[in-house]
Design a protein around this ligand. Structure first.
Ligand code: MRU
Length: 348
């Protein structure tokens, strides 16, 4: 790990899965221990761990915990009994396809009759984790290479080390751009209502000494109008076969504004985020979370008690607004169905 990559949200050990509790950041750095698949499902649902790739990695280790306990209970029937655990993990959050990708990859593992399955599952979950970090470094290099001269950029939500195995997708590009002298200043949207930008992005970039300026979400269009940024760089939770991109609510507005102001719009996501089974973004399930996240802040009511609210937490940016998609397999300019199909032609 170099000094631009100091944050790790997921740690596996013999005692179980340890997740940096992202609900408590930036005030407190506390790990939460998960010893069962149910613990992991709850941690994903409650946002202890969040961000598409990190959710997938945590779920993979959740399957390891399920296999470990079901095999102990009944070595002859563990395969059938883990189905309920996998279902529980799959029901934790709906939008990030990395969750379902990782569960499918784990469920596809075969072991020989009579063999202890735990080491095999453990090795696969570790591989998913390590491959994600490697993919992020690769995307960091590829994305930074697209930036021609030192400039300011804007990011939304947290697509950083905290949202992945490490290094980050969008923030991986930002880390690599900073390391190669291409980043002057990163602006981070605070990302209402959960404040991933303020609490997580600003914190993890500060940990690595990357110059970061926080803005209110509503300031982003003005930032572009003032000519203060060259690129918007974001991650994704699911990309449809035609290149439509689901990401944190507010991303679509940024893309529209970037288009209007001639600012580049870059999406950085591993191929585990691309869902070729859906034709367009219209098919992506958009999670709606409790309205408490909008009506209250840290337990204090910030709207009329009788107030109502609507809290969709993702939106879909049409492919036509994406200038470039950076994946670990390469860069796709103006993504569309044909280009994504070529990119994914050799999917494992
Ligand atoms: O609700 P969250 O915090 O899980 O949403 C996370 C995002 O929207 C990220 O931008 C996305 O998962 C990409 S993470 C590399």
């Amino acid at each position: 790990m170099n000094e631009l990559d100091s944050v790790r949200p997921i740690r596996w050990s013999r005692e179980g899965l340890f997740l940096l509790d992202q609900r408590l950041l930036p005030g407190r750095c506390v790990e939460l221990q998960c010893t069962s698949a149910a613990d992991v499902a709850t941690a994903i649902r409650d946002m202890v761990v969040r961000g598409a790739p990190a959710i997938g990695i945590a779920a993979a280790f959740g399957v390891v915990l399920a296999v470990r306990s079901r095999y102990r209970e009944n070595p002859d029937n563990w395969r059938n009994s883990i189905a309920v655990d996998v279902e529980l993990l799959a029901a934790s959050r709906p939008t990030a396809v990395n969750l379902f990708w990782a569960l499918k990859r784990m469920a596809a593992l075969t072991v020989t009759e009579g063999e202890d399955p735990v080491p095999r599952f453990e090795a696969e979950a570790k591989a998913i984790h390590n491959e994600d970090i490697a993919a992020n470094h690769r995307m960091g290099e590829l994305g930074a290479a697209l930036i021609s001269e030192p400039c300011n950029m804007l990011t939304h939500c947290n697509a950083g080390a905290l949202a992945t195995g490490g290094y980050g997708t969008a923030l991986g590009v930002i880390r690599s751009a900073f390391a190669t002298g291409k980043l002057q200043q990163i602006y981070a949207d605070e990302t209402r209502p959960w404040l991933q930008g303020a609490r997580l992005t600003a914190w993890e970039l500060a940990e690595d000494g990357i110059p970061t300026r926080l803005i209110a979400d509503g300031a982003a269009a003005y930032l572009m109008q003032c000519g203060m940024i060259r690129w918007v760089v974001v991650g994704s939770d699911r990309i449809a076969a035609n290149g439509d991109v689901a990401n944190k609510i507010g991303t679509y507005g940024l893309a529209v504004n970037a288009h209007h102001h001639g600012v580049g719009f870059m999406v950085v996501a591993p191929t585990s985020t691309i869902d070729m089974s859906i034709v367009s973004g219209a098919e992506i399930p958009i999670e709606e979370r409790t309205t408490d996240e909008l009506l209250n802040f840290q337990g204090v009511s910030i709207a009329p008690k009788e107030g109502t609210a609507w809290n969709p937490v993702f939106d879909v940016t049409p492919a036509a607004l994406v200038d470039v998609l950076v994946t670990e397999r390469g860069v796709v300019h103006t993504p569309d169905r044909e280009k994504l199909s070529n990119l994914m032609a050799h999917t494992r």
